[in-house]
Write a protein that binds this ligand. Structure first.
Ligand code: SF4
Length: 338
């Protein structure tokens, strides 16, 4: 089989996240003299996260491991909305997510001449996608049967093709299993890796509050109408559903307001005229009554030092204007909140 890099070294692709495990897996592979290229598939559902290029550069540049960062948000959204293997505790479709990433990695292996894939997976570490039978199912569905090496957990798994063929020395791999991080921390010390993030327990799709908001959005809006921007907005502000067709998002602070404004993709926008207050986005406005309702929600979150009534400006669907509003009753507004 071909796929050797210049100089006769075997070439591998490392599928990396921003966690310690994939950093260690890539480092172990590099130390075995393998020509390694990393790939990080990112999705932009969490606007509060540092941009992935910066995070990846900070982690991998000191190790001299090149990593391509590829934004897959729009393609991945289809998986999140209709996962074949279902969700974990949130709206995290972990099994389908891994299959998706393996398939993308396989295409990149073909493009770059990499012979096999390296991942930081540890058997038994995560409830859904890292149980042994599931790992092999993902491998098969991803089109990479036998071609995935998991340096941290390899000794507890059947020998892979790269190990059998001698491209990767099995004697230099590890048999870590389960959720404890103790052995990974010892390895980090051994390999001189000092900079790594604390374990976060999954991406934003596993977050309980995010998942509640996402499920309501999926049900009320209909999955076919959801875009990447809608998934980003779920992370910001306070969310209200006065009725299933009307979705209102209220900024909590200046940072939220700025992000809501920059992400707004076709939502109506409301804010107080002349005084400080929240930026508010709304989807599903049907007419004047809804405009007054959203203006009243906007007024509810204006600081009490400003007495009402308030002038609220709005724009959306090719219209703009101003209405006078009083604060809506707090209990009523709270009853719509998710
Ligand atoms: S936690 Fe998020 S990124 Fe990780 S496998 Fe699950 S869905 Fe994918």
């Amino acid at each position: 089989m071909s796929g050797a890099a210049a100089g006769g070294k075997a070439r591998a692709l490392a599928l990396v996240s921003t966690g310690l495990d994939s950093l260690l897996a890539a480092r172990i592979t590099q130390r075995l003299g393998i020509d390694i290229l990393g790939v990080h598939f990112s999705f932009r559902f969490d606007p509060l996260r540092e941009d992935p290029e910066t995070t990846i550069a900070r982690l991998y540049e000191p190790l001299d491991i090149p990593v391509r960062v590829i934004d897959v948000s729009d393609d991945f959204l289809g998986i999140v909305l209709k996962p074949e293997h279902g969700y974990g505790k949130g709206v995290n479709p972990c099994i389908d997510c891994k299959i998706f990433m393996y398939r993308r990695a396989k295409a990149l292996m073909e493009e770059t001449g990499a012979r096999f894939l390296v991942t930081g997976e540890v058997p038994g570490q995560r409830p859904m996608s890292q149980m042994k039978p599931v790992l092999f199912h993902i491998e098969k569905e991803g089109g990479l049967r036998g071609l995935v090496v998991r340096p941290l957990g390899a000794l507890g798994l059947p020998e892979s093709i790269p190990e059998k063929e001698g491209w990767m020395d099995r004697g230099s791999l590890y048999g870590i299993q389960g959720r404890s991080r103790k052995e990974q921390l010892i390895l980090a010390e051994k390999f001189g890796i000092r900079m790594y993030p604390q374990p976060a327990g999954g991406c934003i799709l596993t977050d309980a509050q995010y998942a509640v908001r996402a499920r309501i959005l999926f049900r009320n809006r209909g999955r076919e109408r959801i875009r990447t921007e809608d998934m980003q907005l779920l992370r910001l502000g306070r969310h209200f559903w006065p009725r299933p067709e009307l979705h209102v998002i209220v900024g909590r602070d200046l940072k939220d307001n700025a992000l809501l404004e920059s992400l707004n993709a076709g939502y109506w926008l409301f804010e107080a005229a002349g005084i400080e207050g929240p930026l508010v986005l709304a989807d599903g406005i049907q007419g004047e009554e809804d405009i007054r309702l959203v203006a009243g929600i906007t007024a509810r979150y204006i600081g009490k030092k400003h007495g009402g009534p308030y002038r609220i400006v709005f724009q959306g669907s090719g219209r703009s204007g101003e209405v006078e509003a009083l604060r809506l009753d707090e209990g009523l507004v709270d009853s719509w909140r998710v």
